[in-house]
Ligand binder design. Sequence first.
Ligand SMILES: Nc1ncnc2c1ncn2[C@@H]1O[C@H](COP(=O)(O)OP(=O)(O)OP(=O)(O)O)[C@@H](O)[C@H]1O
Ligand SMILES: [Mg+2]
Length: 507
Amino acid sequence: MHKVLVVDDDKVLQESVKQALEFHHFIVEVADNGREAVNAVLRQKYDLVVMDVNMPEMTGIEALVEIKKHDPSIIVLILTAYSNVGDAVKAVKEGAYNYLEKPIQSDNLVALIKRALKARSLVETSAFSAPKLSLGGESSDSFVGESHEMKKVFNIIYKLAQVNTPVLIRGESGTGKELVAKAIHYNGPRKDGKFVTINLAAIPDTLIESELFGHEKGAFTGASERKIGKFQYADGGTIFLDEIGDVGPQMQVKLLRVLQERSFTPVGSNRTVNVDVRVIAASHKHFEEMIKVGTFREDLFYRLNVLPVYLPPLRERISDISHLVDYYIKYFNNVHNLSIKGVSPDAMKAMTDYAWPGNIRELRNVIEHAFIVEYTDYIGLMSLPETLRKNIKGHLAADPNSDTERDNSEMIDLDGIKNSVLDREDGTNTSGINTGDAKFTFTIKNRSTEVSMDFQVAKDIFEKEFIIQALMMNKGKINQTALKANIPKKTLLRKIEKYEINPKEYY
Ligand SMILES: Nc1ncnc2c1ncn2[C@@H]1O[C@H](COP(=O)(O)OP(=O)(O)OP(=O)(O)O)[C@@H](O)[C@H]1O
Ligand SMILES: [Mg+2]
């Protein structure tokens, strides 16, 4: 029999939950607040804790954190007031299995508890060794993450890979949801089957059904051939339903049916097709809110959310930033055949201070951008985009001896460069200093060039080289180069004309 601890400062509620659970043959003990709950868990083993949030002494969320530290295998269900979904979301992030809104329906509570216990028994039968995650044969991607938060995620992935239940992966954009889905597929028994991705936000509603389930010839205008849908294509493997939070109500019903019955009907057909497909879904959406306002079906949510995975945003696992930076430096050194050695301390500070709204995808782009701009062996502050440098500027501006700030504004302001170049064009040397024939070595992408010791000339050469490099890396495409190199398109075109560069040479 399973042992449950019911924690609530409201004695009436505590007693009614206790009775309902005892009626279903659970062994129930009670605690009046978070502190008592933590003490009880330290004293003895419980399978499950059902806990209120607002309690004296220690809140349910605080107690949850302590309980999970002591025994991560305890299932915690949170009881919240209707208006406090925010608390519930926080609780799920801290490792609660799920939450129920008050007033509690005892049937719902018992059903949720049974589902939670079943989910746990599934993962407990699988191995507990440290996960080594593979991402499929051809993928050059790896999983990076040394933080406590990511280690937790790796463990969940590894366990999920061994079972067949649906998975819902939640997290902000760029946190690695697709990577997690692949890891679950490629580390389990389906790894030799297909991994089929469909982005439900990218397909018009009218086409989703036929994309997922296929159609018969003539099923609708334009259906000139019979077509197999993604579910059938993924038979024996995994289907990754990306952005599931974006599908409309009719598709939600159809997806629920496939999950329940493992079968579907192609558009315009009366055949039922049976499939053996594992469903992994992902979304950055706030399902709790959507369920509340009726835009997402609660039953579909619970079907998918049997074993949830939550990917924390990068700003909540700052210790991973340096590992990711190292990883991407190695990666891009390889891709571009370069040998960047690392990141300067001020650039690293800018990166750890930054909030990373685009998460790991954004970090990857920042490093790739820095590879194009940087011409030394270390990525410096100047090679980071303005958004990141902004954070640190304040500190540097306060320090009149700081060189970095000065260099910064001079190097990055391309229009500034333009003006200085124009000065030089009419023959004047703005510095007024005769630099004679002094030379210094200018290294761009490992190519050394000796140039005159004249700041304007050096800038000119750098600018031209920079644009050529950027065009080469972007196969001569103007829009892409402008975007990747962070140069306004107009400016780029002006420079191309000025330096008589022929972008077609780099196609
Ligand atoms: N832990 C990680 N280690 C290394 N690379 C990662 C990690 N997580 C994500 N990435 C990389 O970050 C990029 C974004 O990841 P992914 O596409 O999986 O994010 P997502 O959550 O699906 O984003 P979106 O919501 O925008 O679709 C990819 O290039 C992926 O390889
Ligand atoms: Mg994605």
